[in-house]
Design a protein around this ligand. Structure first.
Ligand SMILES: [Zn+2]
Ligand SMILES: [Zn+2]
Length: 248
């Protein structure tokens, strides 16, 4: 069963790579435009050198939950008091302009070019942060109704793009949503953990997977990523990392 699943995913992975090859030819024919300033980009990316230099980084952050702090390699108060279920979080950026605007365009404006540039920027930053490469990349699943309305799951698209950068398979069958939840962004911080408690169930993983990275767009309290990590650890995964575009 596992072999069949792996080969199915590998085929999807190859098709996605072929699509990206077509995309890279198209970029040579039509030079990229910077999505931040709207001018022609001076690099083979939809983000020019000037805008790239001004992106809101996370120079200092909590090594466990990626909360932006005055200095890095410190543990924040929340992680000291109550460590999250994931072992290590990596956020490429702080959730500030223009990253926040690009995330909104991707998620709510259905701008897939914004999604692609965010995945590229995320891969660059996570490489610079020396994020440990997991066995598999797993997207946080979306409730089917929300996915139907949006037309896609932003975490899944990010996961597919990142899998190419990191040479790891995207694994879409690890988790499923067992019930619809209110959008985390509409709830106060104190109610977010309760909202997602029990909202995910384990489905399947290939044999021998020990270390995975969960992919999501934005981490605010970390409740969703924490709950997904708890489910994966209960299913026997030893290490779960959380990779996000931005930390709020
Ligand atoms: Zn620009
Ligand atoms: Zn922390």
């Amino acid at each position: 069963m596992n072999n069949a699943l792996v080969s199915k995913l590998q085929r999807a992975f190859v098709n996605h790579n072929q699509l990206l090859k077509v995309d890279s030819v198209a970029r040579r024919l039509w030079p990229p435009v910077c999505l931040v300033c709207g001018r022609g980009s001076d690099r083979m990316q939809d983000c020019c050198t000037g805008c790239h230099a001004d992106l809101p980084g996370v120079a200092g952050h909590c090594w466990r939950c990626a909360l932006v702090l005055p200095q890095t390699l410190a543990l924040c108060g929340c992680c000291t008091a109550r460590p999250p279920a994931f072992d290590r979080a990596h956020a490429a950026f702080a959730y500030l302009s223009p990253i926040a605007g690009l995330v909104q365009r991707f998620k709510f404006g259905k701008d897939l070019v914004a999604g692609r540039v965010l995945a590229e920027l995320m891969a660059e930053q996570l490489t610079a942060q020396q994020a440990c490469r997991p066995d598999l990349l797993i997207p946080v699943p979306l409730n089917w109704r929300r996915q139907f309305r949006r037309g896609f799951n932003q975490s899944e698209l990010l996961c597919r793009d990142l899998s190419r950068h990191f040479g790891r398979l995207p694994w879409l069958d690890a988790l499923q949503r067992t019930r619809a939840t209110a959008a985390q962004s509409e709830l106060p911080a104190g109610k977010r953990a309760g909202n997602v408690r029990g909202a995910f169930a384990f489905r399947r993983l290939p044999a021998g997977v020990r270390h995975v990275a969960l992919i999501d767009d934005v981490m605010t309290t970390g409740a969703t990523l924490g709950e997904c990590s708890r489910v994966l650890k209960n299913a026997g995964v030893r290490r779960v990392d959380a990779w996000v575009i931005a930390r709020a």
